[in-house]
Design a protein around this ligand. Sequence first.
Ligand SMILES: [Zn+2]
Ligand SMILES: [Zn+2]
Ligand SMILES: [Zn+2]
Ligand SMILES: [Zn+2]
Ligand SMILES: [Zn+2]
Ligand SMILES: [Zn+2]
Length: 490
Amino acid sequence: MGDVQVPDTISTATKTTSEENSGESSKGSNSNQHKCAVCSSFATKCCTGCRDIHYCSQEHQKQDWTRHKMQCSPFILKTSTVFGRHFVASRKLKGTSLILEELPAFCAPRGMVDDFETPLCLSCCSVINELPIDQVGKCSKCGWPVCSLMCEKNDYHSKNECEIFFKSKLAFYPPGYSVYELYKVIEVIRGLLIKDKKPETWKKIMDLQYQTELGSKTLFDDLKSVRKDFKVEDLGTDGEWNRILGVMNVNNFTMAGPRATPSISYEAFLFLKTSMFAHSCAPNCWWGITIFPEFKITVYAAEDIQKGDIITLPYTYLYSAFGTHMRIEFLKRNGDYICRCIRCVTKAELGSYASALKCFNCESGYILPESPTDSNSEWKCEDEECKSVLESRVFDSRIEYLIKKLEDCETVPELHKYIEDNKDVTLHANHWLITEAMETICKGEPSESGSSSEALAEKDKLIQYCEHILKVKNIVAPGISLERGRCYSH
Ligand SMILES: [Zn+2]
Ligand SMILES: [Zn+2]
Ligand SMILES: [Zn+2]
Ligand SMILES: [Zn+2]
Ligand SMILES: [Zn+2]
Ligand SMILES: [Zn+2]
């Protein structure tokens, strides 16, 4: 952009009161159209922190900094062929610092695909079947499921599909739809209603990336009959329905519902800004979403981020504990998305060896994928003298067998035995199946209590496991990450 950095007068002044290093001004490329935020005269400079605010002079920028620093964005938008649109840090960001808070453009509950019978509250996403009988409710206006009066009155429901279904007298619910499809329709309706209600937001939604084919098949083959069944023929066009579905395929964030036992419901969100952060399976930021009714996403830095670094997030927490091979499979299946993050493209996953098998031939080397993001890749022994090759088919059956074995472990001693039998025998000690087994043990109640020698030995073992898990997570999920936090909570 050819920005001219003018002397750093403001940032030096502010450094004494804040760690942030922003407020340098530079010539913005399109500064001609802008007015100074202080005096409204012709502005030739813009804040390099956010490029969102303009000034006539450095004096006025300096004058405004105390006020503006509260709003100055710590990231700026960039585009690249690899990451598409993404954000980079506009200044040094300290670990744990807040990067962004954002409310959803819209959201909707999301049920399970093969479920045909579990209605979810249209506002808070509770599983209605599991509620105490006095809380089970139907909206007094439209008759669709809400768990309480508070949820009936909540804008997510009352200002969206409730008005439509009330007018059309559409009873809950058109037969033949799975709970997943049912709430997917609600999701689209809520998205489409933004077009008239908030045109500015709609423009931004239309500006997001989208992918209309999900795992190479569309969700609704016949949109006409869907729209007829839900009596919403007049709402949007087929193209707009597909567009909202496509935008959500690529950009949605999900969070488990309040009564998700076990994982029966999710809330799906569209966050306009947060969805533009680059995804990484070894991210430098993490996020959390507050519970109903606020639903605010908070993005924070897991570790120190340098000025100019790409800010990365995990799009989903569901697979973050898996090795690359598994993650790629899931990401592809659920979002038609092939990850090219630094963890996915390095054979040994940043040196963690979280997917490596022990070589069956030389018994000392480790087997790694030749091209890690290709699920049909060959796997090859790292040992220069061995170089044994495993076809992807053979690798797949081997790993499936080991996953099945872990799933079959029902007791803590069986899990201990699984670890003993496989750690550095069939799998690298850092393999994700080993850390999964260890986490399962650490999560449970210790089988021996008190201070007998057995109990102490078991506690020692748990400490060893936690240390081992942390060692691996320090590589793939460094800093203040969910993965590490989970370990500390054991
Ligand atoms: Zn001015
Ligand atoms: Zn700024
Ligand atoms: Zn509710
Ligand atoms: Zn209603
Ligand atoms: Zn990745
Ligand atoms: Zn070997």
